[in-house]
Design a protein around this ligand. Structure first.
Ligand code: DC
Length: 230
């Protein structure tokens, strides 16, 4: 097999197992890995720590512009820093998860982080980049674009498994929350969540994680062969 060179974009809603799949694909291809959601989460930490109202778009934009956000690009480890402080654990907490949608909807924040994402992706010979708008906005010329999806009920069951929940009413509430967030992310004015016209849509409802990784790796290798011929 030829070493993979180029960019694979992995977009899609929450709860599809996108991060685990993206890391697995990066490892298998020997590629760098960029989690753009971690960057929006780090920006949210900066906003919350500054005591700024996450719904005040102007103050959010100013605060994020002044923050130094550093993310690692290795599939095997997670490095996320804001102004030199390690925030890798904090970005997954409930407070950040609650406010990250508002922060990531601010156009100036998106412009800043998209520029940084392009720079980080451009520095690697081979890279897997995951997010919501990578194939549509960040890397429109990527070698392979994948849009990963799964039925909301399946995503809710997977999330419930991770959280150790069994009560059907709680699982229904998770599914409703996922639908609400899909709706929010898909309908925002700036860079809404949607598959790029040239993305391959992979439905993970009936596949386990390794099954999805294998499918994306096969698509990446096929894209490379096709690309070599042109
Ligand atoms: O993938 P995640 O849950 O870590 O993403 C966190 C939030 O950031 C989520 O609300 C969507 C947003 N996001 C975005 O708007 N654009 C991206 N490229 C990645 C994430």
């Amino acid at each position: 097999m030829t070493a993979f060179r180029g960019a694979v974009t992995l977009d899609g809603p929450s709860g599809t197992g996108k991060s685990s799949v993206a890391r697995g694909v990066a490892r298998q291809l020997g590629a760098a890995y960029l989690d753009t959601g971690a960057m929006y989460r780090a920006a949210t930490v900066a906003v919350l720590d500054a005591g700024v109202d996450p719904q005040d778009a102007e103050a959010v934009a100013r605060t994020v512009a002044a923050a130094r956000i550093v993310v690692g690009t290795e599939a095997g480890s997670e490095r996320v820093e804001v102004d030199g402080v390690d925030v890798a654990a904090r970005i997954r907490g409930a407070e950040v998860t609650r406010w990250v949608s508002a922060v990531s909807a601010v156009p100036a924040v998106r412009r800043q982080l998209v520029a940084q994402q392009r720079e980080l992706a451009g520095a690697a010979d081979a890279v897997v980049v995951e997010g919501r708008d990578i194939g549509t906005v960040v890397l429109p010329d990527a070698t392979l674009k994948v849009y990963l999806t799964a039925a909301p009920e399946i995503r809710a069951q997977r999330r419930a498994g991770q959280l150790g929940l069994r009560d059907p009413a709680e699982i229904d509430a998770l599914a409703a929350d996922l639908r609400r967030r899909d709706e929010y992310d898909s309908s925002r004015a700036d860079s809404p969540l949607r598959p790029a016209a040239d993305a391959v849509v992979v439905d993970s409802s009936d596949l386990d994680q390794q099954g999805v990784v294998d499918r994306v790796v096969a698509l990446a290798e096929a894209a490379l062969v096709t690309g070599d011929r042109t």
